[in-house]
Design a protein around this ligand. Structure first.
Ligand SMILES: Nc1nc(=O)c2c([nH]1)NC[C@@H]1CN(c3ccc(C(=O)N[C@@H](CCC(=O)O)C(=O)O)cc3)CN21
Ligand SMILES: CC(C)C(=O)C(=O)O
Ligand SMILES: [Mg+2]
Length: 285
């Protein structure tokens, strides 16, 4: 038995929701919702980010298909492949002690059929050693969520603005306004009913996010969904200021890594050019 105090015990610099020093499981996320404790989620695509965010007390790390435009240099989420993502997932899962690692299924790897969805999810679990998978879609993807869950794989759903459908949705646009309100609510209910353990709400109005968060027993994870979701997620290069440019309005910058890294690179360059690096302490005889 774990005591309530143990369950609430913090680790690292933040509360994980899991018992101190133990792995975060999907049921801990639902328990945090029940206790009214919002939890953070960040993307991670490699060893050092995974290690640092895990130790900082981030309970859930997402290896997003956003690696497409944040690691591989494509302009959107669409081009990245399963074969490109699996090695990143493996690097992240190898590097965490406690965090739950969710692998995002990329465009084209689950939409073809329910069978394809299960097969792709199995690859991410077996080859990537992920702890859960995520896919974009609501009502239409409830059968996929159900079949992957039936295979023993926890599924996080993602509704509202779904970047893999940007061409159908008409670009990066807020969802859930006016007539679309009921559709987003119906999608949320459908994925919960199908067995999803959590649902990402991306770029929906705060009003629809609040309603869904109240309706569902599973946690909602907001990105551009206002203050009332059970959890919040951001792409780490956005919130740490590594990615330059304006970016989405829902991002808050907590650091200026682009500035830090540019000046370190410039200083290194200047010292090499000026014969000041390496010094005696860096030199073998
Ligand atoms: N670096 C990065 N951050 C993200 O949040 C992110 C990715 N990449 N890649 C995958 C998706 C795509 N996402 C995006 C990308 C752009 C906007 C954007 O430009 N939004 C504008 C317009 C919103 C509107 O008013 O309709 C904004 O100002 O927020 C939003 C979400 C979220 N995801
Ligand atoms: C923005 C999050 C939710 C995502 O799906 C990704 O990073 O790919
Ligand atoms: Mg994604």
């Amino acid at each position: 038995m774990t005591s309530a105090a143990e369950v609430a015990a913090p680790y690292g610099n933040g509360a994980s929701g899991a018992p101190a020093g133990r792995k975060v499981r999907v049921h801990h996320l639902r328990e945090m919702k029940e206790r009214g404790e919002p939890w953070p989620m960040l993307t991670a695509y490699d060893m050092y980010t995974a290690e640092l965010f895990d130790e900082a007390g981030i309970p859930v790390l997402l290896v997003g298909d956003s690696a497409s435009n944040n690691v591989y240099g494509y302009d959107t989420s669409l081009p990245v492949t399963v074969d490109e993502l699996i090695p990143l997932v493996r690097g992240v899962t190898r590097s965490v002690k406690r965090a739950l690692v969710v692998a995002d299924l990329p465009f084209g790897s689950y939409q073809v059929s329910v069978e394809q969805a299960v097969a792709t999810a199995v690859r991410f679990m077996k080859e990537g050693r992920a702890h859960a998978v995520k896919l974009e879609g609501g009502e239409h993807f409830a059968p996929h969520v159900k079949a992957i869950t039936a295979a023993g794989i926890p599924v996080m759903a993602h509704i509202g603005f779904t970047p893999q459908s940007e061409h159908q949705l008409g670009g990066y646009r807020v969802q859930g306004r006016d007539d679309a309100f009921d559709q987003v609510v119906a999608d949320a209910h459908a994925v919960q009913e199908a067995g999803a353990f959590a649902v990402v709400l991306e770029m929906v109005t705060a009003e629809v996010a609040k309603q869904i968060t109240h309706d569902l027993v599973i946690p909602t994870v907001g990105i551009g969904a206002g203050p009332d979701t059970d959890a919040q997620v951001l792409v780490w290069q956005d919130m740490m200021g590594l990615r330059r440019g304006k970016g989405p309005r829902f991002v808050k910058r907590y650091a200026d890594l682009a500035g830090v890294m540019t000046s370190a690179a410039q200083q290194f360059a200047a010292e090499v050019r000026g014969h000041r690096f390496p010094g005696p302490e860096h030199t073998f005889h």
